[in-house]
Structure formats: structure tokens, C-alpha cells
Design a protein around this ligand. Structure first.
Ligand code: M6R
Length: 588
């Protein structure tokens, strides 16, 4: 939700900020804006995608060696120029970009209105520059004014502040992502590392209430503790090419293809950490998996594997529903949180609750230094590299393979997964081959005009059906719904009409029952797409996927990721930026 970037250094800020915005656009693409300081504050913003707005408003025409910029995913207030960031104080001397939600903005607005301030947008953000202006008018110390103003905010924020009163950029965070990049005589502050990856790989991860002053140096204070913090610089091993499209037309296709490599990388884990996690899971009186979206589907998949392979019962919760079951958590519980970004607000909130109850927190996450990593007792990284497309593809299969590794490790069969990965590598290679893509394109052409589609599976294939439905609906806007095969006759089959596409996931274990379900659907007129290792007369279209048993959730989803991509292209939807969506959901 929203991407922010700031720069202080010797180069021209506007081109660096524009580049950063392009790399952050996956976080929101409703509107964008920029502010650059060159004695005076200059601001430009508008509604639309980054490249369109930058051209129209001539972002590169702004000269100065420090600035801040924002790309917006609208939460408070519609998609209008007035609501686009940066927001200015009434005297136009202070500019702020913000990601998060200021919960007490109404109260602060009332306070400021009483002091004579006016408001020009519907956003919660606009209170911040005005609160700083108010505090500055009282004691003429800009850094102190920013500290005082930020201390009055309730809710979540990652903010960057630029002002004609101060030669630098101020950055601060509370429950929203923000990371500092340290270059040669230059600093960056951004929602995510890809925003400045081409300039530096040295980063400073920030904690809640950190308040950073960036000018010729970097100083960090903690607003809560009222003390200066030691700056700790870490190095990251992501490469610039990982965050670029390269020869691919879209990040989605690039990231689907990368699965040949990323699955192996997910298994590169420190054995000691893995063993510690396995011991925690073994000793736990109850285990909860919490996650959202695709990560939730990975968790659900893993719950079947924990049951069948390790004989362990797991409670799987959509993170936003977890508070309803919070009273089952105690110091003997393990909460395993799964998140690509490590910044999903509901996941972080669940972890916070569980920690208060004394539970052990383990996480599986892709982004090093993310809030979830810092809130966990132990964590495993997916090692999938940056995932830029709003849709989870490579991170999903990496989550599944890593959770599969955990299930096998619980029964001391860790090596078995490592052995199987080579076979899996060949299968994934075939699944992302040109032959497969041609076949999937043909299927996409056949079903591209459909309004509804159903996916069905049983057992381990049911979460795959859920993930398949999510992939198709979120990028092609075809209504897609998943069902366990056994549920159809309890209502859903009423929706089947002549040629309604139904994707059926078949495994060796469940083949008899699921084929029988497919036959029932076909007798009501459905167009059956079989994802199976062998063809069957009931299939109108067959996607051949070799049987990989407990790895079926990885192999069976890949052709459907490709199908979702092809459907998006045929329906003229942007695969990397689906409407109304943002990559990280950092608000509840
Ligand atoms: O970063 P997270 O894994 O916590 O994100 C969870 C969901 O927001 C994410 O999986 C979302 O559902 C994707 N759009 C799925 O493709």
C-alpha cells in the first residue's frame, strides 16, 4: 500500500526519485507525486501511473539534491490530485509523504482547525505537515518540531519529511515499512529495497518509533525511548537484475520462470535454525499457522502435509480472523506466520497478540529485515529474491517447498526433500517450457470470454484449487471459485451451465473420487480442464503435469499461474498491476 522514497546526496534528486517510484509502483498506482528542495520547496503530483504523471508534470524538470516522492494506493480519500502526495503544510514550507493510516486524524484535524489551519484533501496524511508547522511555530527547532508532531500520531506510518526550514530529509516509522539505503555521501529512505537497489546494497533496517535525520550524516533516535540509537549497517545479497524485468515483458512471467531456481534456493537453510524450529514444533501443545492470501493457501497446503507426513495437527487461520481464537494461545503454543513481504498488517497484529500471550513466534518470510523477521523468535527466509509483480508466484511455491521441508524434518526425513528437489527441478523446467506456454495460450483463448470459472480438488489438491482461483480472479477479473470436490453436490453444482470451465486437480491418491466429481460436472454441461498426470475421457482439455505426490501443490499450480497470465493479456489487463490491488497490505 503506497510506496515512498527519499533522497539526500550530491546527485540530482528528481531522476533518482523517479527511478525509485518506478521500482515501487507495485505498491500502489493510483497517483504519484514528488517534492524537491532547492532553497524553496517545489512539488508536483497528479492522478495516474508513475511514467504518465512524471511526463505530464515534468518531474525531471525539478532541480535539487534532496527530495521525497510517493506512489499511492488510495485508502483515505478518492483517487484525486488533491489527495495525491506529497501533502503540504498551510504555509507550503513543509512537504510530507506517508504510507499507513493515522487513526486519530479527525481529532488532530479538529485541533488544527481551531488553531486556524485549513485542509484541502480528504486524506489523513494532511494533518502531519500542519502539525509540524504548528509545532515549529512554537519553538523554531525543526527536528524537535517533527519529533513532537510524530509523537502525537496514533496508527501506522512510514513518513518522509522535506522542508524549506531544514537541510535534509527526516524519516520515521511505526508499523509501516521503511528502510534506509547508505551510499557514498548519499542516503536513501524507501518502503522497500528495490527502490534504491541500483545505487547501494548497504541498508539500515528501522524499528518502530525510529526517527532518522538524513543530511551529510545519518542519526537515528527512538521516539519512545527518547534516545539516540547506534546505526547498524547491513548488506543485502539481492542483485539489481533480480529487481528488473530483463527480457521479459512482465514481472509476472519473469517470476513464474524463476521458479526453476527459487525452489532450490528455498531449501538453502541453516540446519541449526531448522532443527531449533523443528524442536519447537515438536514440543508445542498447539500450533497455529497464520497468513493472508496466497501465503494462507501455502499454510493450508502445509497443514495437510503436517497431518499426513508428520502426524501433527495444525490450526490454520486467515490472519484477520486470528484474534477470535487468540484465547487458545499460551506459552506452550507455536505461531508460525507466513508472509512474502513480512509487512502484512493482519499477520503482524496476530504475531503481536500471540507474543503477549507468551507463544513462540516462527516465521517464513521473503524480505530480510521486514517487521515480521524482527518480531519472530526464529525465522526462515525464502531466498526467492524480490517479488515485484503484485501476484505471488515464486514466493508461493517457495513457501510450500519450505513448509514441506519442515513437515519431513519433523519425522527426520529432511534428506528426502533435498533428494526430491532435483527431480522436481526437471518437472518445473518442463512446466515453464515454451511447449507448455503454447498449450496454455490455447486454453486461455478458449476460455477468455467466460465470466465464471470453478476449480476443484480434494485433499492436498484443495488448497491448490484455492490458489488457482485466486490467481485467475485477481489478474484476469474472471470470477473464479474453488471447492473441495465433495462439496459440489451441496449447492455449487447449481451454478454449472453449458461450457462453464471447471479446472480439476487430479492426484494419484484422489483420482477416483475427483474424476467422479468431474464426471458429475460434465453431465451438467461443464467444460472440464484436467490438471493430471494421465489423460481421462472426461477431460475436454488436458494439462499434463507429472505426479509428484506431496509436491503436487508446487507442480500443479505452475500451469495455472501461466494460465492466469495469458488470460490477463488476452483480456487486456496489466498482469503486474491488477486493479484495486497493492503488493503489500500494510493496513488492516
Ligand atoms: O506479503 P504476504 O505474503 O503477507 O501477502 C499476503 C497476500 O496479500 C498476498 O498473498 C496476496 O493475496 C497476493 N495478491 C496473492 O497473489
Amino acid at each position: 500500500m503506497c510506496g515512498i522514497i527519499g533522497y539526500v546526496g550530491n546527485k540530482n534528486a528528481s531522476s533518482i526519485l523517479l527511478n525509485g517510484l518506478k521500482n515501487l509502483e507495485y505498491r500502489g498506482y493510483d497517483s504519484c507525486g514528488i517534492a524537491v528542495l532547492n532553497k524553496e520547496l517545489q512539488t508536483r503530483k497528479n492522478v495516474g501511473k508513475v511514467s504518465e504523471v512524471a511526463k505530464k508534470e515534468n518531474f525531471l524538470g525539478l532541480m535539487g539534491r534532496m527530495g521525497i516522492a510517493h506512489t499511492r494506493w488510495a485508502t483515505h480519500g478518492g483517487v484525486t490530485k488533491e489527495n495525491a502526495h506529497p501533502h503540504l503544510s498551510n504555509n507550503k514550507k513543509i512537504a510530507v509523504v506517508h504510507n499507513g493510516i493515522i487513526e486519530n486524524h479527525e481529532e488532530l484535524k479538529k485541533f488544527l482547525k481551531n488553531k486556524g489551519f485549513n485542509f484541502y484533501s480528504e486524506t489523513d496524511t494532511e494533518v502531519i505537515p500542519n502539525l509540524i508547522e504548528y509545532e515549529f511555530s512554537r519553538n523554531q527547532d525543526f527536528v524537535q518540531a517533527c519529533k513532537k508532531a510524530l509523537k502525537r500520531l496514533k496508527g501506522s506510518y512510514a513518513v518522509l519529511i522535506l522542508s524549506a526550514y531544514f537541510d535534509g530529509v527526516i524519516a520515521s516509522r511505526h508499523e509501516s515499512p521503511l528502510v534506509i539505503g547508505v551510499g557514498d555521501n548519499e542516503f536513501f529512505a524507501a518502503s522497500d529495497i528495490p527502490a534504491f537497489l541500483e545505487y547501494t546494497k548497504k541498508v539500515v533496517y528501522l524499528y518502530d518509533y525510529d526517527f532518522v535525520v538524513l543530511n551529510k550524516n545519518i542519526k537515528i533516535f527512538n521516539l519512545k525511548k527518547n534516545e539516540e540509537i547506534k546505526v547498524k549497517i547491513s548488506s543485502i545479497d539481492w542483485s539489481v537484475s533480480q529487481a528488473k524485468k530483463g527480457d521479459f515483458e512482465h514481472f509476472m512471467l519473469k517470476e513464474i520462470n524463476e521458479q526453476v531456481e527459487t525452489l532450490k534456493k528455498a531449501l538453502h537453510q541453516d540446519k541449526r535454525v531448522l532443527n531449533k524450529i523443528v524442536t519447537n514444533l515438536k514440543n508445542a501443545k498447539n500450533i497455529f499457522f497464520v497468513a493472508c492470501g496466497s501465503s494462507y493457501h501455502a499454510a493450508l497446503t502445509a497443514s495437510y502435509l503436517f497431518s499426513s507426513i508428520a502426524n501433527k495437527q495444525v490450526n490454520v487461520m486467515v490472519a484477520s480472523e486470528f484474534p477470535n481464537f487468540n484465547h487458545f494461545i499460551n506459552k506452550n503454543s507455536v505461531v508460525l506466520a507466513i508472509s512474502q513481504s513480512g509487512e502484512t498488517a493482519d499477520v503482524l497484529e496476530s504475531v503481536k497478540y500471540a507474543k503477549q500471550k507468551g507463544a513462540k513466534i516462527i516465521s517464513i518470510v521473503n524480505v530480510m529485515g521486514s517487521s515480521l523477521v524482527r518480531d519472530s523468535d526464529e525465522f526462515l527466509l525464502l531466498n526467492a529474491g524480490p517479488e515485484i509483480c503484485v501476484l505471488s508466484t515464486k514466493s508461493y511455491t517457495s513457501q510450500v517447498v519450505l513448509l514441506t521441508l519442515l513437515a519431513y524434518s519433523l519425522v527426520k526425513k529432511y534428506e528426502e526433500v533435498l533428494k526430491k528437489i532435483n527431480y522436481l527441478w526437471n518437472v518445473v523446467y518442463y512446466l515453464t517450457s515454451e511447449n507448455m506456454k503454447t498449450k496454455i495460450k490455447e486454453l486461455a483463448r478458449r476460455i477468455k470470454n467466460k465470466e465464471h470459472l470453478f476449480t476443484i480438488g480434494r485433499g492436498l489438491e484443495y488448497p491448490t484449487a484455492m490458489e488457482a482461483a485466486l490467481k485467475i480472479k485477481e489478474v484476469s477479473y474472471i470470477h473464479a471459485e474453488a471447492f473441495p470436490g465433495g462439496e459440489l453436490k451441496h449447492g455449487t453444482i447449481a451454478l454449472i451451465e453449458k461450457n462453464t470451465p471447471c479446472i480439476v486437480f487430479v492426484s494419484e491418491k484422489n483420482k477416483h473420487l475427483i474424476i467422479s466429481n468431474a464426471t458429475e460436472l460434465k453431465s451438467r454441461g461443464a467444460y472440464i480442464i484436467g490438471v493430471a498426470s494421465v489423460n481421462n475421457p472426461v477431460f475436454d482439455f488436458w494439462i499434463k503435469v507429472p505426479e509428484t505426490n506431496s509436491f503436487n501443490p508446487i507442480t500443479q499450480i505452475i500451469p495455472i499461474q501461466l494460465l492466469a497470465y495469458e488470460l490477463a493479456l488476452l483480456r487486456k489487463c496489466n498482469p503486474d498491476m491488477p486493479r484495486n490491488l497493492a503488493k503489500s497490505v500494510t493496513v488492516k
